[in-house]
Design a protein around this ligand. Structure first.
Ligand code: ZN
Length: 203
């Protein structure tokens, strides 16, 4: 990497490079731009980043990012309280919300089953999910894990769990590309996949 005769500058560029989809050239450009022309924006950004990292917590109920113990979605009583959608990560909630085709509750696994990496049901919050299901308010569980081998294995485990509490498990409709993650699917496709969701068959 090019050295810029300043350790602070090098450190900043190095830190920017760690961000997703920022390569060495972009990191360099952003650093110079911020320091030369946009010091206010740089200060604002660093404050907001610190606030978010230090202040955000995980919702007690669904594990979405939240400012308080319970997130805004869980506090909203106008949602469809009989449906729960299971997703792998917080950004999937954003995708589901943008689709405008789903208005129920969520639960975020923060991952998927991956026995090779030692990630089993306990590591993805299944005990907490089970305690929610046991309350008896849900009649449908929409499983929106990714269309990968691990995502499918996770979906199967969740469908067994749903049936234990007399909840119908459903899966987003086929037509979604194999291996796809919700984040990368356009709104219309996701909306159709939600509306056309299928029951997960019992094996
Ligand atoms: Zn919540």
């Amino acid at each position: 990497m090019t050295q810029f005769a300043s350790k602070k500058l090098n450190d900043l560029i190095h830190a920017l490079k760690m961000l997703p989809s920022i390569g060495p050239k972009s990191a360099q450009r952003i650093a110079f731009q911020l320091l030369q022309h946009e010091k206010d924006i740089a200060m604002h950004l660093s404050e907001k980043l610190k606030d978010a990292v230090e202040g955000l917590r995980s919702c007690n109920t669904c594990r979405m990012f939240a400012d308080e113990e319970t997130c805004i979605i869980c506090q909203d009583e106008n949602r469809d309280l009989k449906k729960i959608c299971i997703v792998e990560s917080p950004i999937d909630v954003v995708s589901m919300e943008k689709s405008n085709a789903y208005h129920g509750k969520y639960f975020i696994l923060m991952g998927h089953l991956s026995p090779i990496d030692g990630i089993g049901p306990d590591e993805i919050g299944v005990p907490l999910l089970e305690s929610l299901l046991a309350q008896g308010q849900f009649d449908e569980m929409i499983v929106a894990t990714s269309m990968t081998v691990e995502g499918e294995a996770t979906a199967h485990m969740l469908s067994v769990l749903a049936r234990k509490y007399a909840i119908s498990p459903t899966r987003l409709a086929f037509g979604l590309p194999v291996g796809s993650e919700l984040e990368y699917i356009d709104q219309n496709t996701l909306s159709r996949a939600i509306l056309g969701r299928n029951a997960i068959k019992e094996e």
